[in-house]
Design a protein around this ligand. Structure first.
Ligand SMILES: *Cc1c(COP(=O)(O)O)cnc(C)c1O
Length: 429
């Protein structure tokens, strides 16, 4: 496969952009090789600068549940932009999208729109601190919540521990206010809350972590976290930037029937344009400026194009048909892969939840902890990624990322993908 144009552009890009990219994983560092410069997306397919075509499973990292350049979304953006791209005033689309989000998420009574998931989680945590008057937060190993300083802290051991900065530029003070605990471990959480709950404003978590492979919550785990939050009077924030409108129309909280205090959203609710949101009950959200003392603002927040694209997306999702289609596609993918997975049992694990999936190179049968993800063989993933790419399948360029099915994927895509997986694994294993 010829990728000369991509290579040439990348050589130029690194002169002007750090690492040649605007978001690090795009740089292909963990899989090796040169990032591919895309020119066009249509449906489930991406097209690059050298006219190669790929079946895409990265789907812009989650937002594109309807596929690339869905005609309704494109029309909406074109029509809306003809009337202006930003007013800096209230407008009807933000009210309409807020209503749709609140109808989909009964735990949300009021919502504030921002421009990214990072802004959403950062603001939700400031709000939790402002509301409770406490400083510390708990996050879980391997959960990614955007790049705010106090959230860029991962973990040392699996024990409750004061965080150490994961990223240069994060101050010790910031890191110290973030306690990091193992996911799926109620005992550690209980021990930590027993000791520290009076200082803890909130627990933030991805109900289903999707940024460190795909880690599924154990049965009863999310309910258990909710109970502990109630018992120790700590706010629970579900970061549903990926899970929201992905696992179901009501996100992970409807899927698992567990209600958080605050919810953060992003990705799908912008229909492919930059967006984020945080919301919860009025008694908490009323602390946000201008009603309350927690200041938070944005020049382009609630941007009419992003709001309109979000409305158009949610309209297509609200009757549930897309979710049944995705369920069928997910089943088809599994059934087509099954013979190959049987053949390489004990070497490759295919994990799947609704339209989210991942390939891990491990002998473990079900991944429930971050430690298990850390033990997966990322060198094998890198070879697998390269093999799939050369067969026209675009997976996210890191073994720690998940893949997404969209409503635009077809039976033919799935069959070609299963064949490519078979050949790729045959080459490397
Ligand atoms: C992507 C993501 C974020 C950050 O969103 P951005 O729009 O990239 O800032 C936060 N939390 C989760 C769970 C995410 O997947």
């Amino acid at each position: 496969m010829n990728r000369e144009q991509s290579s040439a552009l990348y050589k130029e890009a690194v002169k002007y952009l750090p690492g040649g990219v605007d978001s690090p994983v795009r740089a292909f560092r963990s899989v090796g090789g040169t990032p591919i410069f895309m020119t066009k997306g249509k449906g489930s397919h991406l097209f690059d600068e050298d006219q190669n075509e790929y079946i895409d499973y990265c789907m812009s990292w989650g937002p594109l549940i309807l596929g690339h350049a869905d005609q309704d979304i494109v029309n909406t953006i074109q029509e809306t932009s003809a009337s202006g791209t930003s007013f800096g005033t209230p407008h009807r689309y933000e009210v309409q999208l807020a209503k749709m989000v609140i109808e989909a998420f009964p735990s949300i009574e009021r919502v504030r729109f921002v421009n990214s998931g990072t802004e959403a989680t950062m603001s939700a945590i400031s709000l939790a601190r402002g509301y409770t008057g406490r400083n510390k937060i708990i996050k879980f190993e391997g959960c990614y919540h955007g790049h705010a300083d106090f959230l860029l802290v991962a973990a040392g051991s699996g024990m409750a521990t004061f965080g150490t900065p994961d990223s240069a530029g994060v101050t010790k003070a910031n890191a110290q206010d973030t306690l990091v605990l193992p996911f799926n471990d109620l005992n550690e959480l209980k021990k930590c809350l027993e000791k520290e709950s009076e200082d803890i404003a909130a627990i933030i978590m991805e109900p289903v972590p999707c940024n460190n492979g795909l880690v599924l919550p154990n049965d009863g785990y999310l309910e258990g976290v909710r109970e502990l939050c109630d018992r120790y009077d700590v706010l629970l924030i579900f970061d549903e930037v990926i899970n929201g409108f992905r696992l179901s129309y009501g996100g992970a909280q409807a899927y698992y029937k567990v209600k958080p205090d605050l919810t953060t959203l992003g990705k799908i609710i912008g229909g492919g344009l930059p967006v984020g949101a945080y919301g919860g009950p009025g008694k908490i959200m009323d602390k946000v400026s201008p009603d309350g003392p927690v200041y938070q603002a944005g020049t382009l927040s609630g941007n009419p194009l992003a709001m309109a694209a979000g409305i158009a997306t949610l309209k297509k999702l609200s009757d549930g048909r897309v979710y049944s289609e995705l369920k069928n596609l997910a089943k088809l993918l599994y059934s087509k892969l099954e013979p190959t997975l049987q053949q390489y049992k004990g070497k490759v694990l295919f994990s799947q939840l609704e339209s989210i999936f991942t390939f891990s190179f491990t002998d473990i049968e079900k991944i429930t902890s971050v430690n298990e993800v850390q033990k997966c063989d990322m060198a094998f993933f890198a070879s697998f990624h390269g093999q799939m790419l050369s067969r026209g399948i675009y997976l996210a360029p890191s073994g720690y990322e998940v893949g997404f099915l969209s409503a635009a994927h077809t039976q033919d895509d799935i069959e070609r993908t299963a064949q490519a997986v078979k050949e790729s694994l045959g080459e490397i294993l």
